[in-house]
Write a protein of this length. Structure first.
Length: 94
């Protein structure tokens, strides 16, 4: 199971492995993959569910690429605005 946790950029995360969004996307390789390490990505919110286009999703990007993050919350735009910088922590529990 993978748990994605959004944290503010000012909060330190113990023993984090920060990687670029491009690196994380490169792990995909066209098929689902089980992550075996914890990763942290950081990016700017470029789209949200504000106008219904990305229901339960935040789209973030860094200079290496963008990624859509699925979150079970139909009102993400109330917490995360376009332009916000966010960190996403994946916690691996096998």
């Amino acid at each position: 199971m993978v748990l994605l946790l959004l944290v503010g950029c000012s909060e330190p995360v113990a023993e984090e492995r920060s990687v670029s969004i491009g690196f994380l996307r490169g792990l995909y390789g066209g098929y689902p993959r089980t992550l075996t390490e914890d990763y942290v990505i950081e990016g700017e919110v470029v789209s949200s569910d504000r106008y219904g286009a990305f229901l339960n999703q935040l789209v973030i990007q860094d200079p290496t690429g963008g990624i859509s993050i699925m979150i079970d919350n139909p009102a993400l735009h109330r917490s995360y605005s376009v332009g916000d910088l966010v960190r996403v922590l994946s916690l691996i529990h096998i």
